[in-house]
Write a protein that binds this ligand. Structure first.
Ligand code: SF4
Length: 412
């Protein structure tokens, strides 16, 4: 049996894409191998969001060159964000790679194999990409230059895919886009994310709907109402703030001020009781002085997010922020990173501890180290023991133990 190997780095969109490719290859009779040198087909799914990620991809491309030399019949392909519109330049730079295809495109050597894109035996939870690209130009971000302008899939197309996945056993979908709040504005009828959620909410046997990522300047009250009113849409919102200082937000070209962000949070909490909030922050942006960093820490202390994804700023060639001097030392960035991590650990400890003794409903995703695990509607990871097969079931669990990162409980 021929073997395939997929190497993936980057965001959930890349992971979703790689799952699909794996399923296509298995339909065609390939089997997976963890050893790249054993593979007859190798796909590298690239990420360029940070310079360090792009460097890893470039190193990987170099590392597989000898394999092609030793075995010219092995098929090598590159996809993901390194593949831009200038594939000729890529072909010149990496002549040992047979195929280049953009994220979301069909692998060119499978053009005639029809629609094999959905996994045959998916897990209970699946990612569904609803749009590609981004029209914002946050000054530190390379995504709009690499993934291009926003391109939304139609509601009919997404709905068909979700129904198909549900027919194959999926119970929960997470809709993906760089900025899901601007979903649909490029389509003739200009549907909004709220319209898409309403349509998907009506699919029988689908239990839960989530989505990522929101943009504070684009999130509408209509969407907040939809989350509050649609029973399958989970009470969980990822709303990256990035900084608590207006000067830093302006330099980042985020398009909102801290107060607007906080007002949005208040509206969300008012309309969606018990909502779980997560955010992203960048510390050490060029010229971020101590008081500005403190404003970020104060905002996090005030809002008390369930989860915070923290990154230290690193310049990305090709973005506007590289014109600013990267003048915060590595040691200072590290110190700020540590402060936020510690702060968030305390906040998450406190939030999760409130669940001790409570009963929560979880959708079971799988088994890890002898325990079943799943998530609450608010995205809390819960572990429990059970002898039966619980995968894909909604189970009520009483929480016995909590930590900042996960919960443990007993089936009721
Ligand atoms: S919204 Fe900003 S950070 Fe997000 S992908 Fe677009 S440009 Fe990048």
């Amino acid at each position: 049996m021929p073997k395939y190997h997929i190497w993936t780095i980057g965001c959930q969109m890349n992971k979703a894409e790689s799952d699909r490719l794996a399923s296509q290859f298995e339909e065609l009779g390939y089997e997976p191998t963890a050893k790249v040198n054993d593979a007859d087909l190798v796909v590298l799914n690239s990420c360029v969001v940070r310079q360090s990620a792009e460097n890893r991809v470039v190193n990987k491309l170099a590392a597989i060159r000898p394999q092609k030399k030793a075995r010219p019949d092995v098929l090598l392909a590159l996809t993901g964000c390194l593949v831009n519109s200038d594939t000729d330049a890529l072909k010149k730079r990496y002549p040992h790679i047979d195929y280049f295809f953009k994220p979301g495109e069909h692998p060119p050597w499978l053009e005639d194999s029809g629609d094999l894109s959905l996994p045959r035996h998916p897990s209970p939870t699946a990612y569904v990409t609803i749009m590609q690209g981004c029209d914002n130009y946050c000054s530190y971000c390379i995504v709009p230059y690499r993934r291009g302008r926003e391109r939304s899939r139609t509601i009919a197309e997404i709905s068909e895919e979700v129904s198909e996945l549900v027919g194959r056993g999926v119970k929960e979908v997470t809709l993906l886009g760089q900025n899901v709040d601007s979903y649909g504005h490029d389509l003739p009828e200009k549907p909004e994310l709220a319209d898409l959620l309403q349509e998907l909410n009506a699919i029988d046997d689908l239990l839960r709907i989530r989505f990522l990522t929101n943009h504070p300047k684009d999130m509408s009250d209509r969407l907040i109402d939809a989350i509050a009113g649609l029973d399958k849409v989970c009470e969980q919102i990822n709303l990256p703030v990035q900084a608590g200082s207006d000067e830093v937000l302006r330099a980042m070209n985020r398009g909102y001020m801290a107060e607007q962000y906080l007002n949005l949070i208040s509206r969300i909490r008012e309309k969606i009781p018990g909502v779980a909030l997560s955010t992203d922050v960048i510390v050490g942006f060029p010229s971020e002085i101590e008081t500005q960093f403190r404003q970020t820490a104060d905002l996090l202390s005030g809002v008390k997010f369930d989860t915070v994804h923290i990154a230290a700023y690193s310049p990305r060639t090709g973005t506007a922020a590289t014109k600013l001097e990267d003048n915060i030392t590595l040691a200072e960035k590290k110190e700020r990173l540590d402060i936020i991590e510690k702060l968030q650990e305390e906040i998450a400890t406190e939030i999760n501890a409130r669940l001790r003794g409570e009963t929560v409903e979880i959708l079971v995703e799988g088994r890890k180290r002898g325990k079943w695990y799943g998530r609450t509607r608010t995205d809390k990871l819960v572990f429990f023991s059970n002898d039966g097969d619980c995968a894909g079931q909604l189970i009520r669990v009483r929480i016995d133990k909590t930590s900042p990162w996960s919960l443990q409980g007993t089936v009721e």
